[in-house]
Write a protein that binds this ligand. Structure first.
Ligand code: 2HA
Ligand code: ZN
Length: 269
């Protein structure tokens, strides 16, 4: 079957296009990886045909043999829809994650995203927390980024501020938002630090850079980032004004009960 008809590919094309339209992925900003079901990938690809092998520079034995659809390094989200095979790739991790076998795409000889370590290590963390986790998404949404300049980076404080900005935040991300202080991107070090943060929440802000989100589907992960970004936008609209009304911790407890969510331990007073 033609991979251009695969739901996983169509969804990723739509998602990158939509993220660009939201202004989250200027130039080559942002990257996405999606864990594919081997059987599903096998409907569209000859899994015995390895086009080339790319060293990863890290190991992740938990992901050995797993297949990922990923965005390419240096590629522009706005262009994905016009040439998916050049801008995206399907890779299978081998040799305990030390190598990635290209099964499709990256037709101009390119490589997977520069943030591959952060993506793969985050998948390990999220799969341990939720076996149904599939997606890791990184982008540069302006309001979360701006907030990281003017708000405390204390994770509890950062989370509580966002929760208070829209009623639904506490329902969408009851696990909160973790925060990494500025670090050099594209390295194994930021990958390991991000993966550590991903053990306790599905969102991690990279201060002065962007955000990571993880989830079971592209839609869910997009929605997670979209909700946090909307909350950050509201925060920036009111941060310089006298605040007369708010959502109290008691009110958030009511939301928790009514919607059956469990907020992060110790985050509500
Ligand atoms: O270039 O966003 O963090 C893609 C990025 C790097
Ligand atoms: Zn980035």
């Amino acid at each position: 079957m033609d991979i251009m008809n695969a739901d996983f590919l169509i969804e990723l094309i739509r998602t990158t296009t939509n993220m660009y339209a939201h202004g989250w992925d200027e130039r080559n900003g942002g990257n996405i990886s999606v864990l594919l079901d081997e059987k599903e990938a096998g409907k569209y690809l000859d899994l015995t045909n390895v086009i080339r092998t790319i060293p990863t520079g890290f190991t992740a034995k938990e992901l050995d043999g797993k297949i990922f659809l990923v965005t390419g390094t240096g590629k522009y989200f706005k262009n994905v829809q016009y040439d998916p095979a050049k801008n995206l790739g399907v890779v299978r991790l081998a040799e305990k994650g030390a190598k990635a076998e290209l099964l499709w795409g990256l037709t101009d000889g390119g490589s997977f995203t520069s943030e591959f370590p952060a993506h793969m290590m985050s998948h390990v963390s999220r799969l341990a927390a939720d076996p149904e986790s599939r997606v890791v998404m990184h982008c540069h949404p302006a309001n979360l980024l701006a907030m990281s300049f003017v708000h405390s980076l204390d994770e509890r404080e950062f989370t509580r501020t966002l929760w208070r900005m829209c009623t639904e935040c506490v329902i969408v991300f009851p696990d909160g938002v973790n925060v990494l202080p500025w670090m050099l991107c594209g390295t194994n070090e930021i990958g390991e630090a991000t993966a550590e943060k991903m053990k306790t929440a599905r969102l991690c802000v990279w201060a002065q850079h962007g955000v990571y989100g993880a989830g079971r589907s592209l839609d869910e992960t997009f929605g997670l980032i979209e909700t946090a970004e909307k909350a950050a936008e509201i925060y920036l609209k009111i941060a310089h004004l006298p605040v007369l009304n708010t959502i109290t911790d008691g009110e958030m407890r009511l939301i928790e009960k009514r919607y059956g969510v469990k907020t992060r331990e110790g985050y509500l007073d």
